[in-house]
Design a protein around this ligand. Sequence first.
Ligand code: 8YV
Length: 327
Amino acid sequence: MSKPQVLVAVKTFSDVVDRLRPHFDVETHDTDQPLSQEELIRRLQGKAGVYISGSNKIDAALLAACPDLRAICTMAVGYNNIDVPACTARSVLVSNAPDVLTETTADFGFALMMATARRITESEQFLRRGEWKHWSVTLFAGADIHGATLGVLGMGRIGAAIARRGHLGFGMPVLYHNRSRLPAAQEAPLGAQWVEKDELLRRADHLVIVVPYSPSSHHMVAERELALMKPTATLTNIARGGVVDDAALARALQAGQLAAAGLDVFEGEPQVHPALLACSNVVLTPHIASATVATRRAMSHLAVDNLIAALTGGTPPTALNPEVLKS
Ligand code: 8YV
C-alpha cells in the first residue's frame, strides 16, 4: 500500500522533516520564499497533510480546492492565518505549536521593551554614523525598567511569562488586561492586577502587547487608545500586525503622545509602514520573537508530532479541533 502524501510547505530543519519519511511520501518546499496561494493549492493536490507556518493562508477556498487534506499542522502558536471553523466543517484536523516557544518569546518581548526604553538601537546607529563627539548628561537618556509599571495587554501564556520577568526580576508593578481575569492564585505569583483596557493604557510605563489576532482584536490599539498613554511610555508589540494601527502609532510617536515603540510584527508584513521607518524612536525587528535555534527546532518537532499522530490514528498533542478525529 502506498504511503499517504504530505507537503512540508516551509523550509525547515531537514532532520526534523526526516521524521516524517517512514510514515509518508514527503514533498518539501526548499526556499524561504513562501509559496503563493496558487502554488500551495497546486502542490497540495493529493496530499493528506501539510506542515505550514504563519506565512501560509488556509481558507475555505483552499480547502475546497484540496479535498484530500486531512491535517494542517502549523509550527506557530498563532493561527489567525487558518480558518479553523472551515477546517472543522470539513473534518480537517488543525494543530498549532503552543508552550514550546513561551519562554523564548517572553525573553524577546522583554528584550525589545528594554531596547526601546533604553534607546539601544537608536544610540547604536548614532554611534555607527560617527556622530558621537562627546558624552553628555542627557545623551540618549531613556526610561527605567526596574520599578516602572509594566502593562501587559493579553495575559495568556506569553503574557504571563513576561509579567513574571517584570515582577520577579525587575520589581515592576504589573497591570494587565485580558478578556477574562485570571484566578487570584495565578495573579499572585505574577504580582499582576487586572484593570480595564483604558486604565492599563493610562497607567502603564511600558506596555507590552501579546493578544492573539482576531477580528475582535483588530486595531485594539489605535488613535483613541494611543492618546490615553503617558508621553513618557513605551509600547512593544510582539503579538500580530493588525492589533496595533501602525499608521496611528506613527502619528502618535511623531506627536509625542508616547515616547517610543518596539515592534516585531507589522500590518502587511514584511512591508513596514514608511512612517514607522522614518521614526528614530522605534526599534524594529523582523518577526523574530521565537527565533532561537532550540525553540524553532522544538516548534518544528511539535508540528511533525502532530502531523504524524493526525494521519496515523494517534492523538495529536496540540490539536485545535480534536473533535474532528471522533467524527
Ligand atoms: C512564528 C509566531 O515564528 O508562533 C507564532 O505565532 O508568531 C512566531 O513564533 C511564526 O509565526 C512562524 O510562522
